[in-house]
Design a binder for this molecule. Structure first.
Ligand SMILES: [Mg+2]
Length: 235
């Protein structure tokens, strides 16, 4: 059985793992004066993330542009709750969401956890899906770039492979030159952040703060709902 004591490298997912993605979305809806009727913003947001993952597969097959994906995921989520949203309105929400994402803050414990892991001589990095500039803007807003060096920040568009393809984990592992079973990945999405690292021989910590259900029989090293007492919770 692996434990964090045997781990030499820890990589974090970015979106909804290092910062709360709900906050910029909520602010964007408020700015655009979108009426959710009786639907909870968190439920709509979960659906947006769901459609984001579904449409991501369509995007990597080259069948939908990233710009259209970002609008469609919002429109589809609203539609799922019986709320209609025109492409124009969905586009306005997306535009404001991108603006709000420039003002994001990390989860309060995150910077301390990264520094703590580094002080234990672990390699700490970020592995995220998306366009390089867009993801780097968020990493800079979070000031993560001030504690993690650029050679440990991996962005799918820069590599040419994206989660859930397990080869992206194999690629990172080769770059840092640490055995796969000594690498650990922390992320919020089962399909992208738990399954492929395990398939690549890594361990995984599932940051399940949105209280989702596992989607397969893969077993993460640990499932956590928050970063409270993170270091104490680790095996
Ligand atoms: Mg994520």
């Amino acid at each position: 059985m692996h434990s964090l004591r045997e781990t030499e490298a820890v990589f974090f997912d970015l979106d909804d793992t290092l910062y709360d993605q709900l906050t910029p979305f909520q602010l964007a809806l408020e700015h655009c004066r979108i009426d959710l009727a009786n639907t909870k913003v968190e439920d709509v947001f979960k659906k947006v993330r769901y459609f984001s993952d579904v449409l991501w597969k369509v995007h990597i097959r080259g069948e939908i542009s990233l710009d259209l994906l970002r609008i469609e995921r919002i429109r589809c989520a609203f539609n799922d709750f019986g709320l209609s949203l025109s492409n124009q309105r969905a586009s306005e929400v997306q535009e404001r969401y991108e603006f709000e994402q420039q003002q994001i803050n990390p989860f309060p414990e995150v910077l301390t956890i990264i520094k703590d892991l580094q002080s234990r001589k672990l390699i700490v990095g970020v592995l995220t899906n998306g366009p390089v500039q867009h993801q780097m803007n968020k990493i800079k807003s979070l000031q993560i770039d001030q504690i993690i060096p650029p050679e440990r920040i991996f962005i799918s568009d820069g590599i040419g492979i994206a989660k859930p393809d397990k080869r992206v984990f194999e690629y990172v592992q080769r770059q840092i030159n640490i055995e796969s079973n000594k690498c650990c990945y922390i992320g919020d999405t089962w399909e992208n952040d738990v399954v492929p690292p395990i398939e690549a021989g890594w361990t995984s910590i599932w940051f399940n703060h949105r209280k989702r259900k596992p989607q397969s029989n893969h077993i993460p090293l640990e499932t956590i709902m928050s970063y409270d007492n993170f270091m104490l919770k680790l095996p």
